[in-house]
Design a protein around this ligand. Structure first.
Ligand code: ADP
Ligand code: MG
Length: 193
């Protein structure tokens, strides 16, 4: 069941089922009586520890850590001090590049590491953290969503502002937040200049 120390990367666009796949894999390890931890980046800088209850009643710890160098160090510390055998990280692309070395080290130490993260940003540029994890991965799960325009497999995340494709130079964070995202295929992904 436990594959040994490996780095597994789940990637793809928004709505591809990355979080679902991560939880499924963590749950399977818990069924196999492995000590598993799930980490998520916090939007703000608070650190909290909480228990997640899966739909089937299984309980396991989830740690919400800041998306900073300190947060990455926290992941390393909690994993090693807690003697975790399996570690899952969701939204991995939001962590600083230090996460790559830490996850690689944890895998070298025999831990089964599952990192889930977006492949490309709204401009279809790679998220550097995901890219660096992908080339070091022992196993890659590349998921696609369904294109909202044509129904073909979607590999990209379309950002919309007031229902229109977001221009290349649009701000990363929008005041008022009148934005949304859709899964799109290569043909229907639009980034106006
Ligand atoms: P991710 O973590 O990759 O964003 P989730 O695991 O949170 O994905 O959610 C995947 C779910 O999103 C699918 O099972 C489906 O119910 C839903 N969904 C919504 N829009 C789409 C879409 N365009 N293509 C595929 N699934 C979609
Ligand atoms: Mg997700």
């Amino acid at each position: 069941m436990h594959p040994g120390g490996i780095l597994e990367v789940i990637t793809g666009p928004m709505f591809a089922g990355k979080t679902t796949e991560l939880i499924k894999r963590i749950e399977r390890q818990i069924f196999a009586k492995r000590k598993a931890a799930l980490f998520k980046p916090a939007i703000d800088n608070r650190y909290s520890e909480r228990e997640i209850v899966a739909h089937n009643g299984l309980r396991y710890e989830a740690f919400v850590v800041p998306a900073t160098v300190e947060g990455v160090e926290k992941i390393r510390e909690i994993t090693l001090e807690g003697n975790y055998e399996v570690v899952g990280i969701d939204e991995v692309q939001f962590f600083p590049m230090d996460i790559v070395g830490v996850l690689n080290e944890l895998a070298d130490r025999g831990i089964y590491v599952i990192a889930s993260g977006l492949n490309l940003d709204f401009k279809a540029d790679p998220f550097p953290v995901t890219r660096e994890l992908l080339v070091r991965a022992d196993n890659i799960i590349y998921l696609t969503a369904v294109c909202t325009i044509c129904g073909r497999p979607a590999t990209r995340s379309q950002r919309l502002i007031d229902g229109k494709p977001a221009p290349r130079d649009s701000p990363v964070i929008l005041v008022g937040g009148r934005e949304s995202y859709e899964a799109r295929c290569r043909e229907h992904h639009v980034v106006p200049d």
